[in-house]
Design a protein around this ligand. Structure first.
Ligand code: UDP
Ligand code: MG
Length: 257
Protein backbone atom coordinates (compact mmCIF):
# COMPACT_ATOMS: atom_id res chain seq x y z
CA UNK A 1 0.00 0.00 0.00
CA UNK A 2 1.52 3.27 -1.08
CA UNK A 3 1.29 6.27 1.20
CA UNK A 4 2.96 8.63 -1.24
CA UNK A 5 1.27 12.05 -1.22
CA UNK A 6 -1.35 12.22 -3.94
CA UNK A 7 -1.67 8.48 -4.41
CA UNK A 8 -5.31 7.44 -4.42
CA UNK A 9 -6.15 4.96 -1.72
CA UNK A 10 -9.74 3.98 -0.99
CA UNK A 11 -8.79 3.21 2.64
CA UNK A 12 -7.73 6.79 3.28
CA UNK A 13 -9.88 9.23 5.23
CA UNK A 14 -11.62 11.84 3.08
CA UNK A 15 -10.62 14.76 5.33
CA UNK A 16 -7.36 15.56 7.13
CA UNK A 17 -7.50 18.22 9.84
CA UNK A 18 -3.98 19.64 10.21
CA UNK A 19 -3.05 21.42 13.45
CA UNK A 20 0.37 22.93 14.32
CA UNK A 21 1.13 22.68 18.03
CA UNK A 22 3.79 24.57 19.94
CA UNK A 23 3.44 24.44 23.73
CA UNK A 24 -0.35 24.12 23.84
CA UNK A 25 -0.71 21.70 26.81
CA UNK A 26 -3.83 23.42 28.19
CA UNK A 27 -5.66 23.36 24.85
CA UNK A 28 -5.24 19.91 23.34
CA UNK A 29 -7.83 17.89 25.24
CA UNK A 30 -10.67 20.44 24.93
CA UNK A 31 -9.69 20.94 21.26
CA UNK A 32 -9.91 17.18 20.61
CA UNK A 33 -13.35 17.04 22.27
CA UNK A 34 -14.68 19.97 20.25
CA UNK A 35 -13.28 18.51 17.04
CA UNK A 36 -15.07 15.21 17.64
CA UNK A 37 -18.34 17.07 18.29
CA UNK A 38 -17.92 19.24 15.18
CA UNK A 39 -16.93 16.36 12.88
CA UNK A 40 -19.56 13.87 14.09
CA UNK A 41 -22.09 14.97 11.48
CA UNK A 42 -19.93 15.65 8.40
CA UNK A 43 -20.80 12.32 6.83
CA UNK A 44 -17.35 11.18 5.78
CA UNK A 45 -14.19 9.77 7.31
CA UNK A 46 -11.51 12.00 8.78
CA UNK A 47 -8.17 12.06 10.56
CA UNK A 48 -6.81 14.66 12.97
CA UNK A 49 -3.15 15.32 12.36
CA UNK A 50 -1.28 17.18 15.11
CA UNK A 51 2.17 18.48 14.21
CA UNK A 52 4.13 19.00 17.40
CA UNK A 53 6.56 21.77 16.50
CA UNK A 54 9.17 20.95 19.19
CA UNK A 55 7.01 21.64 22.27
CA UNK A 56 8.82 21.74 25.61
CA UNK A 57 5.70 21.55 27.81
CA UNK A 58 3.41 18.53 28.35
CA UNK A 59 1.99 18.70 24.79
CA UNK A 60 3.96 15.60 23.59
CA UNK A 61 2.58 13.42 26.42
CA UNK A 62 -0.97 14.64 25.90
CA UNK A 63 -0.77 14.09 22.13
CA UNK A 64 0.59 10.59 22.73
CA UNK A 65 -2.40 9.83 24.99
CA UNK A 66 -4.84 11.18 22.40
CA UNK A 67 -3.27 9.07 19.63
CA UNK A 68 -3.36 5.98 21.87
CA UNK A 69 -7.05 6.37 22.69
CA UNK A 70 -8.40 7.65 19.34
CA UNK A 71 -7.32 5.90 16.10
CA UNK A 72 -8.31 8.97 14.07
CA UNK A 73 -5.58 10.99 15.80
CA UNK A 74 -2.09 11.02 14.28
CA UNK A 75 0.89 12.86 15.72
CA UNK A 76 4.02 14.00 13.89
CA UNK A 77 6.73 15.31 16.21
CA UNK A 78 9.55 17.62 15.14
CA UNK A 79 13.03 17.28 16.65
CA UNK A 80 12.96 20.95 17.55
CA UNK A 81 10.88 24.06 16.93
CA UNK A 82 10.84 24.81 13.19
CA UNK A 83 7.98 27.31 12.89
CA UNK A 84 4.33 27.28 11.91
CA UNK A 85 4.95 27.10 8.14
CA UNK A 86 7.14 24.01 8.61
CA UNK A 87 4.41 22.43 10.75
CA UNK A 88 1.79 23.10 8.05
CA UNK A 89 4.14 21.76 5.38
CA UNK A 90 4.74 18.50 7.28
CA UNK A 91 0.99 18.21 7.84
CA UNK A 92 0.26 18.68 4.14
CA UNK A 93 2.81 16.00 3.23
CA UNK A 94 1.57 13.51 5.82
CA UNK A 95 -2.15 14.17 5.21
CA UNK A 96 -4.03 11.35 3.47
CA UNK A 97 -7.38 13.06 2.90
CA UNK A 98 -8.65 14.51 -0.35
CA UNK A 99 -9.52 17.64 1.65
CA UNK A 100 -7.28 19.36 4.18
CA UNK A 101 -8.62 21.76 6.81
CA UNK A 102 -6.12 23.71 8.92
CA UNK A 103 -6.68 25.40 12.25
CA UNK A 104 -4.79 26.64 15.30
CA UNK A 105 -4.42 24.51 18.43
CA UNK A 106 -5.40 27.25 20.91
CA UNK A 107 -9.16 27.15 20.20
CA UNK A 108 -9.13 30.67 18.74
CA UNK A 109 -10.59 29.00 15.63
CA UNK A 110 -13.91 27.30 16.30
CA UNK A 111 -14.03 23.62 15.20
CA UNK A 112 -17.80 24.10 14.77
CA UNK A 113 -16.97 26.17 11.64
CA UNK A 114 -15.34 23.20 9.85
CA UNK A 115 -18.60 21.99 8.20
CA UNK A 116 -19.08 25.54 6.84
CA UNK A 117 -15.58 25.47 5.32
CA UNK A 118 -16.25 22.05 3.75
CA UNK A 119 -19.56 23.24 2.37
CA UNK A 120 -17.91 26.26 0.73
CA UNK A 121 -15.35 23.93 -0.88
CA UNK A 122 -18.12 22.93 -3.30
CA UNK A 123 -17.87 26.40 -4.87
CA UNK A 124 -14.12 27.07 -4.77
CA UNK A 125 -10.78 25.30 -4.92
CA UNK A 126 -9.81 26.66 -1.50
CA UNK A 127 -11.59 28.47 1.32
CA UNK A 128 -10.15 31.05 3.68
CA UNK A 129 -11.80 31.85 7.03
CA UNK A 130 -12.45 35.53 7.67
CA UNK A 131 -12.51 36.46 11.37
CA UNK A 132 -15.24 39.07 11.27
CA UNK A 133 -15.11 39.81 15.00
CA UNK A 134 -11.51 39.43 16.16
CA UNK A 135 -11.03 38.43 19.80
CA UNK A 136 -7.49 39.75 20.09
CA UNK A 137 -6.04 42.80 21.89
CA UNK A 138 -6.56 46.28 20.40
CA UNK A 139 -2.86 46.42 19.46
CA UNK A 140 -3.10 43.09 17.63
CA UNK A 141 -6.30 44.03 15.82
CA UNK A 142 -4.84 47.36 14.76
CA UNK A 143 -1.50 45.93 13.57
CA UNK A 144 -3.33 43.16 11.72
CA UNK A 145 -5.58 45.67 9.94
CA UNK A 146 -2.57 47.66 8.76
CA UNK A 147 -0.68 44.49 7.80
CA UNK A 148 -3.61 43.22 5.71
CA UNK A 149 -3.96 46.62 4.00
CA UNK A 150 -0.24 46.88 3.18
CA UNK A 151 -0.13 43.23 2.09
CA UNK A 152 -3.06 43.61 -0.24
CA UNK A 153 -1.81 46.88 -1.71
CA UNK A 154 1.70 45.60 -2.38
CA UNK A 155 0.71 42.17 -3.66
CA UNK A 156 -2.47 43.20 -5.51
CA UNK A 157 -4.44 40.84 -3.32
CA UNK A 158 -8.00 41.11 -2.00
CA UNK A 159 -8.06 38.49 0.80
CA UNK A 160 -9.31 40.26 3.92
CA UNK A 161 -7.85 37.99 6.57
CA UNK A 162 -5.02 35.80 5.36
CA UNK A 163 -3.83 35.37 8.98
CA UNK A 164 -6.82 33.21 9.88
CA UNK A 165 -5.55 29.63 10.16
CA UNK A 166 -8.98 28.12 9.58
CA UNK A 167 -8.78 27.28 5.88
CA UNK A 168 -9.83 24.49 3.55
CA UNK A 169 -7.77 23.06 0.70
CA UNK A 170 -7.63 20.17 -1.74
CA UNK A 171 -4.50 18.19 -0.95
CA UNK A 172 -3.60 17.74 -4.62
CA UNK A 173 -3.39 21.55 -4.96
CA UNK A 174 -1.14 21.94 -1.93
CA UNK A 175 1.33 19.53 -3.52
CA UNK A 176 1.98 22.17 -6.18
CA UNK A 177 3.35 24.64 -3.59
CA UNK A 178 6.91 25.02 -2.37
CA UNK A 179 6.72 26.67 1.03
CA UNK A 180 9.36 28.79 2.76
CA UNK A 181 9.41 29.87 6.41
CA UNK A 182 6.69 32.49 6.91
CA UNK A 183 4.74 31.74 3.74
CA UNK A 184 1.82 30.07 5.53
CA UNK A 185 0.39 33.61 5.70
CA UNK A 186 0.33 33.73 1.90
CA UNK A 187 -1.24 30.36 1.10
CA UNK A 188 -4.33 31.90 -0.59
CA UNK A 189 -2.11 34.08 -2.81
CA UNK A 190 0.20 31.17 -3.65
CA UNK A 191 -2.80 29.06 -4.67
CA UNK A 192 -4.25 31.85 -6.79
CA UNK A 193 -0.86 32.15 -8.50
CA UNK A 194 -1.30 28.47 -9.48
CA UNK A 195 -4.66 29.34 -11.04
CA UNK A 196 -6.92 28.08 -8.24
CA UNK A 197 -9.96 29.91 -6.91
CA UNK A 198 -10.13 31.04 -3.28
CA UNK A 199 -13.33 31.97 -1.49
CA UNK A 200 -13.66 33.73 1.89
CA UNK A 201 -16.24 32.75 4.47
CA UNK A 202 -16.98 34.53 7.77
CA UNK A 203 -15.93 32.43 10.79
CA UNK A 204 -15.98 32.74 14.58
CA UNK A 205 -12.96 33.90 16.49
CA UNK A 206 -12.51 33.16 20.18
CA UNK A 207 -10.06 34.32 22.84
CA UNK A 208 -7.07 31.98 23.29
CA UNK A 209 -8.28 29.15 25.57
CA UNK A 210 -4.99 28.67 27.51
CA UNK A 211 -1.31 29.63 27.21
CA UNK A 212 0.23 32.57 25.38
CA UNK A 213 0.54 33.73 21.79
CA UNK A 214 3.80 32.69 20.17
CA UNK A 215 4.09 35.93 18.22
CA UNK A 216 4.82 39.57 19.02
CA UNK A 217 5.38 42.64 16.85
CA UNK A 218 9.05 41.68 16.22
CA UNK A 219 8.54 38.15 14.89
CA UNK A 220 5.41 38.91 12.90
CA UNK A 221 5.15 42.42 11.45
CA UNK A 222 8.75 42.90 10.28
CA UNK A 223 9.27 39.35 9.12
CA UNK A 224 6.00 39.19 7.24
CA UNK A 225 6.78 42.48 5.51
CA UNK A 226 10.00 40.91 4.25
CA UNK A 227 8.03 37.84 3.10
CA UNK A 228 5.53 40.11 1.36
CA UNK A 229 8.33 41.54 -0.81
CA UNK A 230 9.23 37.98 -1.85
CA UNK A 231 5.61 37.26 -2.78
CA UNK A 232 5.42 40.52 -4.71
CA UNK A 233 8.53 39.56 -6.65
CA UNK A 234 7.23 36.03 -7.31
CA UNK A 235 3.94 37.42 -8.62
CA UNK A 236 5.76 39.80 -10.93
CA UNK A 237 7.85 36.93 -12.32
CA UNK A 238 5.04 34.41 -12.67
CA UNK A 239 5.36 32.37 -15.87
CA UNK A 240 2.45 33.15 -18.14
CA UNK A 241 2.28 31.39 -21.47
CA UNK A 242 -0.21 29.57 -23.65
CA UNK A 243 0.86 26.90 -26.12
CA UNK A 244 -0.50 27.71 -29.58
CA UNK A 245 0.36 24.37 -31.19
CA UNK A 246 2.55 21.32 -30.81
CA UNK A 247 3.84 18.80 -33.39
CA UNK A 248 6.46 16.14 -34.04
CA UNK A 249 7.72 13.17 -32.02
CA UNK A 250 6.15 10.40 -34.14
CA UNK A 251 2.93 8.44 -33.63
CA UNK A 252 4.01 6.70 -30.41
CA UNK A 253 5.33 9.79 -28.68
CA UNK A 254 4.97 9.85 -24.93
CA UNK A 255 2.73 12.72 -23.86
CA UNK A 256 2.88 14.37 -20.47
CA UNK A 257 -0.09 16.27 -19.25
N1 UDP B 1 2.72 27.51 16.36
C1 UDP B 1 3.62 26.54 15.92
N2 UDP B 1 4.93 26.87 15.86
C2 UDP B 1 5.41 28.10 16.20
C3 UDP B 1 4.49 29.09 16.59
C4 UDP B 1 3.14 28.76 16.66
O1 UDP B 1 3.22 25.42 15.62
O2 UDP B 1 6.64 28.30 16.11
C5 UDP B 1 1.29 27.17 16.44
C6 UDP B 1 0.63 27.46 17.78
O3 UDP B 1 0.78 26.40 18.71
C7 UDP B 1 -0.83 27.66 17.36
C8 UDP B 1 -0.70 28.33 15.99
O4 UDP B 1 0.60 27.98 15.52
O5 UDP B 1 -1.50 26.45 17.22
C9 UDP B 1 -0.86 29.84 16.04
O6 UDP B 1 -0.03 30.38 17.05
P1 UDP B 1 -0.54 31.52 18.03
O7 UDP B 1 -1.88 31.16 18.58
O8 UDP B 1 0.54 31.79 19.05
O9 UDP B 1 -0.68 32.76 17.03
P2 UDP B 1 -1.72 33.96 17.14
O10 UDP B 1 -3.10 33.37 17.22
O11 UDP B 1 -1.35 34.70 18.38
O12 UDP B 1 -1.51 34.70 15.87
MG1 MG C 1 -3.79 32.02 18.52
Amino acid sequence: MSNRPGSPNPGNPRLSVVIPVYNEEGNLEPLHERLLAALAGIGFSYEILFIDDGSSDRSPEILHELASSDPRVRVVTFERNAGQTAAFDAGFRKARGEFVVTLDADLQNDPADIPKILDAMKDADAVCGWRVKRMDSVVRRFSSKIANGVRNALSQETIRDTGCSLKGFRRAHLERLKLYNGLHRFLPTLLKMEGFTVMEVPVNHLPRHAGDSKYGIGNRVFRSFHDLLAIRWMKSRLLRYRIKSEEGGGPDRQTRS
